[in-house]
Design a protein around this ligand. Sequence first.
Ligand code: ATP
Ligand code: FE
Length: 326
Amino acid sequence: MRGNDVLANVVASQTALHEAFGGVVPEQASREHLNVIDQVCQQALATAGVSLAEIDAVAATYGPGLVGALLVGLNYARALAWSRDIPFIPIHHLAGHIAAATSQAPFLCLIASGGHTSLFDVPAWGDYLELGKSRDDAAGEAFDKVARLLGLGYPGGPALSRLATEGEASAYAFTPPLRQQTGFDFSFSGLKTAVATLLRNQPDANPADVAASFEATVVTSLIHVTTRALEKTGRTRLVVAGGVAANRLLRERLEALSAELGIDVSVPALELTTDNGAMIALAAQHHVATAHTPDARTPDARTPNTPDALTIDAAPYLPLQPVKPT
Ligand code: ATP
Ligand code: FE
C-alpha cells in the first residue's frame, strides 16, 4: 500500500491442495505457506513497482487462525521489519476483514466468514463491542458443509451459491434458526442437519432447489438479526465483511435493506472479501492513521519494533474485543 491505495494484492490460493482432501489439513497448509510466502512477497513488490528499500512498515495477522500458518506469516513479516528497522504492525484477522469494507467509524458490523459469524457495534475504529455470535457453525462453514452434502467440492460457498441460482428458494421451508431469541446470536448447525435429513429421506430432491432454499434461510437469518441490531443500536451505517459477504443473494438483500431503512451499507470489493493480504495492510493503515492501538494486548502501532511487537505470539483463538483490565 501507498497511503490509502492498494498497489498489489497477491493471493496464493491453496484451493487445489485442500480440494483433494475436502478441507484444510493444517500441517499441509502451513508447509505450503512456507513454500510460497517469499515468492508472493516478491511478486507483490514487482506488481507494485516498489523495492524492498522503499517499504516503511510491515503488517501481518497474528490471529485468530491455524497456528502453523499464522507463524509462517508472522515470523516472515517481523523478521523483514527487524532486518530493515521499520515498524512491524500486528493485526487481528477480523480487523483485516472489516478494514476491507470501510475505514469510517461508527458502524454496526456483521462478520460472516469461514470461522466467524458475529455482530459488533463499532463506535470508533478499533473499538469492538460484540452483540452476538454463532452458537455453533459459522455461516461460511455451514455453506461449506452443505455444499459437501450436495457433492459440490471445496470451498463450497461459491459453488453452492452458483447452483442456487438455478433453483427455487421456496421449494423447501427450512425452519429459521433461533426464531424466539431476544438477543443477536446465530445458529446454523440445525439447518445443516435439516438439509442432511432431507437428502437422506428424499434422495432425488433437486440439488439446486435445496441449495437455493438453504442459501435463502441463511441469508434471511443474517438479515433479520442484523436488522434488529440496527434498531437496537440506532446505527445508520452497516458494514458486512468476511468471505460470505461475497454471496450474491446477501449483497442483493443488503442493498434492499439499505433502501428500505435509508442506511449506508458497506461491503468489501469482491476480491477483498475472502482472505487476502491487502485487508491486513488496510487495517494497519487505519490503525496508524487513527493512532489506535490494534488490540489491548498488542503494542502501539506507532512505536517501531517495540519488543512486544517483535515477540508477540501467534494466537489461534483471539477475541476481537480488547480484554478490559479488571
Ligand atoms: P475466518 O475469517 O473466520 O478466520 P476464513 O478466513 O477461513 O475464516 P474467509 O476467507 O473470510 O474465511 O471466508 C471463506 C468462507 O466464505 C468459506 O466458508 C466460503 O465458503 C465462504 N464464501 C466465499 N464465497 C461465498 C459465497 N459466494 N457465498 C457463500 N459463502 C461464500
Ligand atoms: Fe478470514
